[in-house]
Ligand binder design. Structure first.
Ligand code: GLY
Length: 311
């Protein structure tokens, strides 16, 4: 068994560990933990504590992958719903689809009995409006929201807030390797923007035979490189987990156009190894790890890897 998650996982990590110890299915254990993260207002990147889109509306993304069956459920840009990882699991279990977005995802949530949640934290609303007041002219502010938003997407992006995901990876007591993600996405994103967190193969991937990977930070890069799937495939082809993660980062480092910023990769393999590596993140990135030999989960610092600096 093993549980790996990024630093934002703190409100729910212990709960997931307890459930794994009690032989829960890894997906159930991780969704129980992520639900705590989604409700925690101090986590400013997921659920209720997250940041709204340009229009001041919360839109959530989440993904679930069962590495034994390779079943996937995902939801994107979902309004008025806090437990979006749980909603992604329902998509996986109840529908012949992999992904629902926007109003369709909300309609499905209502059909299966999810409450309509208040999702905009007052502090997030205030910070969002202050930001708009800084960026927009008086005429634009009085016409808002009936103004073109595309030009704003170039100016309003706040790199300090492009950090928006929680990712959990587990190998459970049945040796199933699974992945779950949840996020409010970029602060001040264009309405309808999806990041990598609901995109299987980019933001998350799991295969119980080989391992799992999940990414945080700049989804606009990992979607272009199929990062999570590339790592699991490299392990399948015989590379060590570290080499697989490094090759994925080398792919990201090749990108020269588009929005480029930091990426953090979390990965586990079927032999019980784990790797967390950050690319182009100046600060130390922390993560949580638990294995059966540990009395308590440990918080550790990710390895920095930047091929542009080391070659
Ligand atoms: N990795 C999270 C996002 O791009 O939304």
């Amino acid at each position: 068994m093993i549980l790996l998650a990024n630093s934002e996982a703190w409100p729910g990590f212990d709960k997931t560990v307890e459930l794994l110890k009690n032989n829960s299915h890894g997906i159930d254990a991780m969704i129980a933990g992520i639900s705590e993260v989604e409700r925690e207002v101090k986590v400013r990147s997921v659920g209720y504590g997250g940041w709204p889109n340009m229009l001041g509306k919360m839109e959530f993304d989440a993904g679930v992958m069962d590495g034994t069956t390779r079943d996937v459920g995902a939801v994107g840009a979902v309004p008025d719903t806090l437990p979006v990882a749980a909603l992604a699991r329902e998509v996986m279990q109840r529908l012949p689809h992999v992904m629902l977005t926007g109003e369709g995802a909300r309609r499905f949530a209502t059909e299966i009995g999810f409450s309509v949640d208040d999702t905009l934290y007052e502090d997030s609303r205030k910070v969002w409006w202050k930001r708009l007041q800084k960026e927009l002219s008086a005429a634009e502010l009085s016409a808002f929201p009936d103004i073109p938003l595309a030009p704003l997407s170039r100016t309003i992006t706040d790199p300090e807030r492009v950090r928006d995901t929680t990712v959990f990876l587990a190998q459970d007591s049945a040796s199933g390797i699974h992945a779950v993600t949840s996020t409010s996405g970029w602060a001040w994103k264009y309405p309808g923007r999806l990041g990598d967190s609901p995109i299987p193969g980019a933001g998350f991937y799991a295969d119980s035979r080989y391992g799992a990977a999940a990414c945080t930070h700049t989804g606009e890069m990992t979607m272009r490189c199929g990062t999570a799937r590339s790592i699991v495939l490299a392990v399948r082809f015989g590379h060590t987990l570290r080499a697989a993660v490094d090759m994925a980062i080398e792919d990201l480092a090749e990108l020269k156009t588009g929005f480029l910023a930091g990426v953090v990769i979390h990965a586990i393999d079927a032999a019980g190894n784990h790797e967390v590596a950050s690319f182009q993140c100046p600060e130390d990135i922390k993560y949580w790890i638990w294995e059966p030999g540990m009395a308590n989960p440990q918080k550790r610092i990710a390895r920095k890897y930047d091929p542009l600096l080391t070659t």
